[in-house]
Design a protein around this ligand. Structure first.
Ligand code: ATP
Length: 226
């Protein structure tokens, strides 16, 4: 039987590669918001955007390794396996249809993504399908939000994890998750320079990057930065 008060969250990203800046704040968010499960949702990068250096299969492999011993997480490859990039709102609508109207559902983003939320397709409709849970990220703060975003947030914000479980969607929960100054860009740059990334991501993922020879081409880094 479906537990209508269990709170599940989705966490989307490129994960090129997955790192502790994804895992640690989301683990803390799970504890603070009372999440039973977090489903990682690697995306399909649109052709006009710089492509990930790792293939979709490699990005999925790295996520699998990173979450292997952690029952909080699972992996959903639906966006990655589509031929075309998908809008988050469409994925959320599909998940909502599968889980029914009453099941509480959340989508997790970092503070940097929140600042760009207004660029997402039908961004204001996202809360009709799920709650939005926002993790802190170093270098990004609420002070950087536009007045429009601040007013939208304040009309939906809650500080109550209980509320997230008792209504299926519609709330924004901003939690004081630990600040983890790690990005996938930094990991790729370190690898391009031949430096270690040991403190930035799980050892199993770092070993996979070694084995697969990923993120070795410094020219690739220059191309992406131009
Ligand atoms: P890149 O450096 O390649 O742009 P990234 O490290 O920002 O990648 P993404 O896969 O683009 O990682 O991010 C997916 C989600 O994770 C986004 O919502 C982003 O805000 C969040 N996120 C990534 N890194 C952090 C971090 N260090 N702290 C908090 N949130 C993060």
């Amino acid at each position: 039987m479906c537990d209508h008060n269990a709170l599940h969250a989705l966490f989307g990203g490129t994960f090129d590669p997955i790192h502790y800046g994804h895992l640690r704040p989301v683990e803390a968010m799970a504890a603070m918001a009372g999440l039973q499960k977090v489903t990682l949702l690697p995306n399909n990068v649109p052709p006009h955007r710089p492509q990930p250096e790792a293939t979709p299969a490699q990005r999925a492999d790295m996520i699998g390794l990173a979450i292997a011993d952690n029952p909080l997480f699972d992996l959903d490859l639906r966006e990655m396996q589509r031929d075309t990039p998908s809008y988050t709102i469409d994925t959320l609508a599909a998940v909502r249809a599968e889980r029914g109207a009453r099941q509480p559902l959340a989508f997790i983003i970092g503070q940097d993504s929140l600042l760009n939320l207004h660029k997402w397709h039908r961004w204001q409709d996202i809360l009709s399908l799920c709650h939005l849970l926002v993790c802190q990220r170093p270098g990004y703060s609420s002070a950087m939000e536009t007045a429009e975003l601040q007013s939208w947030l304040s009309s939906h914000q809650t500080d109550s994890p209980d509320e997230l479980r008792h209504v299926p969607a519609g709330r924004v929960f901003m939690a004081p998750t630990p600040l983890v100054a790690i990005s996938a860009t930094e990991i790729r740059a370190r690898r391009h320079r031949g430096e270690s990334d040991a403190d930035l991501l799980p050892p199993s993922v770092s070993a996979y990057i070694d084995r697969e020879g990923l993120y070795r081409n410094p020219e690739r880094h220059d191309i992406l930065r131009r």
